[in-house]
Design a protein around this ligand. Structure first.
Ligand code: 9WN
Length: 427
């Protein structure tokens, strides 16, 4: 009964955050559409409102570029312009979207939504859109076919000020005259210490200016962009997404496509184990493709290769140990975004320590996949507890459980949908 009331509250929040046919992450802080947020919203809705889940995913099509890319943001109305920067005009992409992407979780979301909605028309349309996206991502972010796709801007990683991007930021600011950054609006409603520093903002805006010089040409951005990082979370999601796209292709009888995407998934699994896994430190790290070395900072992203399956039992065991270690990722209120052992760890600052419900959700899927049910259940329970206690906040303090960042934050509704029904993984 209590559970049902909680789910109803989550659905009410999503209803309240519906703007112009899609759900925004938070009315006050993020008044536009974000790519991976909408995928998470669709996953939440699939449980009780499959038709609404279909609509949420389909609302992303309006932003998709001709070359197949799903941009990380789609700007909703002119009225919202002043409330979020960079706005559509700042990006100069020639359309009301940003020019970069975000973690490619749409195939996974579509598989979950299809398992719930069983709507063939949705499946056919979604498949065509997502296939184009995967072809774009593969070609423009892994042109050598290594199995690892690159992130070119920290915003693409979804974990914007993660210390994974710290060294790249420092190098960038050292080599480039500090770009002019318009006054920040993100710190008007959220305390500055919970948000990225001004330096990060100079880096974010500077990278955008560089891409504008390349006229948003994917090849030029990849070749000349100062950041080229195989992010562990992004690649874990990408690998799982290829497996899910292969399943959707199979459902449509497209066996050649199914074989292609299954091969891509397998290639990425191998590449993650070869390049991201460090046998000595027993952890998956993001990899700096420009410099040819791992970025030795432990973040929650290091658990995400588990999503892809096929991880050796001893690797899964090492990660489970790390998850249970108080000096690393164990804390009363969940799994911090950055290890407690890192110098950059900060329990209130955004992706440098706080607990996020989205990464909890991903972690639960990864743990279930490698048979770690007890750990998965613990994280599910903590997630529900956080939302009950502190509301739908953007992130939470790992030791105190207090809410941080934006209020009325949509994807925190995932707390009530941590365990996805088996049929979603068995189309
Ligand atoms: C920049 C919307 C997005 C999330 C990201 C999160 C945050 C934006 C920002 O909010 O990023 O894209 O302005 O800080 O880091 O993961 O998709 O919720």
């Amino acid at each position: 009964m209590i559970r049902r009331a909680a789910i109803a509250r989550s659905l009410r929040l999503l209803d309240a955050n519906r703007v112009e046919g899609c759900i925004v992450p938070s009315r006050s802080q993020y008044p536009h559409q974000w790519f991976w947020d909408s995928c998470f919203h669709a996953i939440v809705l699939a449980g009780r409102r499959p038709a609404a889940a279909v609509r949420e995913l389909e609302s992303l099509y309006a932003g998709q570029w001709k070359n197949g890319m799903f941009p990380h943001m789609r700007f909703l109305s002119r009225g919202a312009k002043a409330r979020y920067r960079p706005n559509a005009g700042d990006w100069k992409t020639g359309r009301p979207t940003s020019g970069i992407t975000q973690p490619p979780i749409i195939a996974t979301a579509a598989r979950i939504v299809y398992a719930a909605a069983r709507d063939r028309r949705f499946l056919r349309r979604a498949y065509a859109r997502i296939r184009a996206y995967h072809l774009w991502l593969q070609k423009s972010r892994d042109p050598e076919g290594s199995g690892l796709v690159a992130v070119l801007h920290p915003w693409e990683s979804g974990m914007d000020n993660s210390p994974v991007y710290g060294a790249a930021k420092d190098r960038y600011l050292r080599d480039n005259p500090s770009p002019n950054v318009p006054p920040r609006v993100d710190t008007r409603k959220v305390r500055a210490k919970e948000r990225p520093t001004d330096d990060y903002y100079r880096f974010y805006w500077g990278l955008i200016a560089g891409f504008q010089e390349d006229d948003w040409d994917a090849r030029g951005m990849y070749r000349r962009g100062p950041v080229r990082i195989a992010d562990a979370l992004f690649n874990g999601i990408w690998t799982k997404a290829n497996e899910d796209l292969a399943a959707l292709a199979g459902e449509l009888g497209k066996s050649k496509d199914a074989a292609l995407f299954a091969r891509w998934a397998e290639r990425s699994r191998r590449a993650m184990c070869k390049f991201l896994w460090c046998p000595r430190r027993r952890f998956f790290y993001s990899y700096d493709l420009r410099r040819g070395r791992r970025i030795l900072v432990k973040t929650v992203g290091g658990f995400m290769p588990l999503l892809a399956g096929g991880v050796e039992a001893k690797i899964a065991a090492a990660l489970a140990e790390c998850l249970a270690d108080r000096r690393e990722f164990f804390s009363k209120f969940g799994v911090p975004s950055t290890s407690r052992g890192e110098a950059a760890f900060d329990p209130v600052c955004y992706w440098r320590g706080p607990v996020w419900i989205s990464t909890h959700w991903l972690l639960v899927q990864g743990l279930l996949r490698c048979g770690r049910r007890d750990e998965a259940l613990r994280i599910s329970e903590i997630s529900r507890g956080l939302v009950e206690r502190s509301g739908y906040r953007e992130y939470y303090h790992p030791f105190k459980g207090e809410g941080l960042g934006a209020h009325g934050f949509s994807w925190s509704a995932l707390a009530h949908r941590m365990i996805v029904p088996r049929e979603a993984n068995n189309l």
